[in-house]
Design a protein around this ligand. Structure first.
Ligand code: NAP
Length: 511
C-alpha cells in the first residue's frame, strides 16, 4: 500500500511474478503509458532481475522491430531522463509475440514462447495485462483458461490479471464479465484498473482527511456546506467516435473516476490502511448514496456543438467520425448526489465532467459553511465560504481559501489562499499513475484497484441515471465554455455556484 513507509521498494516477503504479458501491445496505451512506465521502474531498480515483458498483438513483427518501436516510445514519452544503459536493460527484457485474441492456437504458441524464455515457471507467476478494448476481455480470459495458461487451481495461484477500464457497460454486462473472470481467477488475483486512484493527490485525500487534526473533526455535515468534484477536459473525443458514442461521459468518467473520488472524499476512517479495509469503507459510501426520485432533476446531460476553442475550429460532436447522426450521447454530465448517513446529512456532492471545456482540471472542492458567530455579519460583511481545494491535475496541490483582513485602517475582508504545491516540494519525479500501478501489481497490493463490489454498486447508481436520460436530447454547449448554461441553473437552484478551476498561484513555479 502506497502510504506505507518504503512502499516504493519491492516487498521481499512476497513472490514477485517473473513475466508480464501485455495484450494489445501495439496500441496507444502500451506505447504512451505502459512501456515508459516499465522504463521508469527499471530506472528505479524496481523490476526483478530476470523479469520478462512479453508483448502480444495481432500484427506481424520481429522482436527487433518491436524493441525499436518501444525504444522510440520511451524516448518520446518518458518523464525522466534517458539513461542508455537502463534503456538497453529494459529493452532486453521486452519480447514480441504475434497473437490473435480469438485464436486458441496462438495461445499454445505463447506457451511455447514463454517456455523458451523462462522455462515457464508457473510458480513465480504471470501477470496478464489486458490493454485492449473491453470486448476482448472475455475471449482472452477463456483462451487463457482453455490453453492452460491460467485457471483456478493451485498451480496458477501466483498469476494475476489486470483490466483496463471500462469494466462492463452497465451492471448486467459487468456482472456477466465478472462471473466469467471469476471462473478462472480468484478476486485476489484480479486488478481492475482505475488509473485515477494512483494519482498522488488522490492518495493524499486519505492523509488530508484522517492525518490532520485541523481537518478531520471538520469533515462532516456540521461544518461542510457541500462538495464539488470536477473532471474537466479541453480535448474532445480524439478520433475515438465509435467507442465514445457507445459510452458517453457517464460511463467513461463518472462510473469509475468520479465515483472513486467521491468515495475517497466521503468515506469514514478505515480500520487500517489495508486494501480490504479501505475498499470496505468505499463500498459503504456507495451503498448509502441515495437513489434519486427524479434523476432528470438531479442530473443533467450535455453535448458540445461546433465552435472555436483557443483560436481553433472545433467540429460539433455530431459531426465527429464514428458518431451516430442523431446521437444523444453525453459529452458532459453534472449530477447531484446525496449520501444517506449521519456524516453527510444535507451535504450535496455535485460532480461534473465534460469534453471541450474551458480548461483542463480535476479538482475536489470542499466548501465549508459560514462561521456560526454573527460578528461580521452583524456589521454588514458578506464573508465568503472557506474552501479546501484538492487539485488532482494538472499543477497538483492543495489550496486552502480563507478570509483575511486587507491592510489598512478599516476592516476590509477578502478571501486569500494558502497553497501547497506538490511538484515544488517533492519534485516532478514522483511515480506517475501507471508506474505506481505496475509496482503494486508486482507487489500484490490491491489498494489502488477496484474490488468487484465497488464496481457493482457504482454501476447500480449510474444505470439509474443513464436509463433516465437515455432517450432525452442533451443540452448543447459551445467548446471552450464550462458546459451548458443549464448546468449553472442546475446548481443555482440550490443557492450555490460551480467553482471555476483556476491555475493555482504556484503554477508559475512549475512552468
Ligand atoms: N489510450 C489511452 O491512453 C487509454 C487510457 C486509459 C484506458 N485506455 C483503455 O485501454 C484499452 C486499449 O486502448 P488503446 O488506446 O491502447 O487501444 P488501441 O490503440 O486501439 O490498441 C488496441 C490493441 O489491441 C490489439 N488488437 C485489436 N484487436 C486484436 C485482435 N483481434 N487480436 C489481437 N490483437 C488485437 C491491437 O493490435 P494490432 O495493432 O496488432 O491490431 C492493439 O495492440 C481500451 O480499453 C481503452 O479504453 C486507454
Amino acid at each position: 500500500m502506497l502510504l506505507k513507509k518504503n512502499s516504493s521498494m519491492i516487498q521481499k516477503d512476497k513472490k514477485i511474478p517473473c513475466t508480464l504479458v501485455i495484450f494489445g501491445a501495439t496500441g496507444d496505451l502500451t506505447h504512451r503509458k505502459l512501456i515508459p512506465a516499465l522504463y521508469f521502474l527499471e530506472y528505479q531498480n524496481h523490476l526483478p532481475k530476470d523479469f520478462n515483458i512479453v508483448c502480444v498483438a495481432r500484427r506481424n513483427k520481429s522482436p527487433e522491430e518491436y524493441r525499436k518501436e518501444a525504444k522510440k516510445s520511451i524516448k518520446e514519452f518518458s518523464r525522466i531522463k534517458i539513461d542508455e544503459k537502463i534503456l538497453n536493460s529494459v529493452l532486453k527484457k521486452i519480447h514480441y509475440q504475434k497473437l490473435e485474441f480469438g485464436n486458441l492456437y496462438d495461445y499454445l504458441g505463447l506457451i511455447d514462447f514463454l517456455k523458451s524464455i523462462n522455462g515457464m515457471d508457473f510458480k513465480c507467476g504471470l501477470i496478464f495485462y489486458l490493454a485492449t478494448a473491453p470486448k476482448f476481455f472475455k475471449t482472452i480470459i477463456n483462451n487463457l483458461a482453455s490453453s492452460q495458461l491460467s485457471g483456478k487451481n493451485k498451480k496458477f495461484n501466483a498469476n494475476k490479471v489486470a483490466f483496463e477500464k471500462p469494466f462492463g457497460k452497465n451492471l448486467w454486462t459487468a456482472k456477466l464479465l465478472n462471473n466469467n473472470i471469476r471462473k478462472v481467477f480468484h478476486e485476489n488475483q484480479i486488478y481492475r484498473i482505475d488509473h485515477y486512484l494512483a494519482k498522488e493527490l488522490v492518495q493524499n485525500l486519505l492523509v488530508m482527511h484522517f492525518g490532520n487534526s485541523t481537518f478531520e473533526p471538520l469533515w462532516n455535515t456540521e461544518f461542510i456546506d457541500h462538495v464539488q468534484i470536477t473532471v474537466a477536459e479541453t480535448l474532445g473525443i480524439e478520433g475515438r467516435g465509435e467507442y465514445y458514442d457507445k459510452n458517453g461521459s457517464l460511463r467513461d468518467v463518472v462510473q469509475n473516476h468520479i465515483m472513486q473520488l467521491l468515495c475517497l472524499t466521503a468515506m469514514e476512517c478505515p480500520e487500517s490502511l489495508s486494501a480490504e479495509h479501505i475498499r470496505d469503507e468505499k463500498v459503504k459510501v456507495l451503498k448509502t448514496i441515495m437513489k434519486s426520485n427524479n434523476p432528470l432533476k438531479d442530473s443533467m446531460k450535455g453535448q458540445y456543438v461546433s465552435g472555436i476553442q483557443d483560436g481553433k475550429k472545433v467540429k460539433s460532436y455530431l459531426g465527429e467520425e464514428g458518431v451516430r447522426k442523431n446521437s444523444k450521447t453525453s459529452t458532459y454530465f453534472a449530477i447531484k448526489f446525496c449520501i444517506n448517513n449521519k456524516k453527510w446529512k444535507n451535504v450535496p456532492f455535485y460532480v461534473r465532467t465534460g469534453k471541450h471545456l474551458a480548461d483542463r482540471a480535476t479538482e475536489i472542492v470542499i466548501e465549508y459553511k459560514k462561521p456560526k458567530n454573527k460578528l461580521f455579519k452583524n456589521h454588514g460583511y458578506d464573508l465568503k465560504n472557506n474552501q479546501l481545494i484538492i487539485r488532482v491535475q494538472p499543477d497538483e496541490g492543495i489550496i486552502f481559501k480563507f478570509n483575511a483582513k486587507i491592510p489598512g485602517n478599516k476592516i476590509l475582508i477578502d478571501q486569500v489562499s494558502m497553497d501547497f504545491c506538490h511538484g515544488c516540494k517533492f519534485g516532478p519525479n514522483t511515480a506517475e499513475a501507471y508506474e505506481r500501478l505496475f509496482h503494486d501489481i508486482l507487489n500484490s497490493d490491491q489498494t489502488l484497484f477496484a474490488r468487484w463490489d465497488e464496481v457493482e454498486y457504482s454501476w447500480k447508481i449510474i444505470d439509474q441515471i443513464r436509463d433516465a436520460w437515455h432517450d432525452v436530447k442533451p443540452y448543447s454547449y459551445k467548446p471552450g465554455t464550462w458546459g451548458p448554461k443549464e448546468a449553472d441553473k442546475f446548481i443555482k437552484k440550490d443557492g450555490r455556484s460551480w467553482n471555476v478551476p483556476k491555475k493555482p498561484s504556484y503554477s508559475v513555479l512549475l512552468d
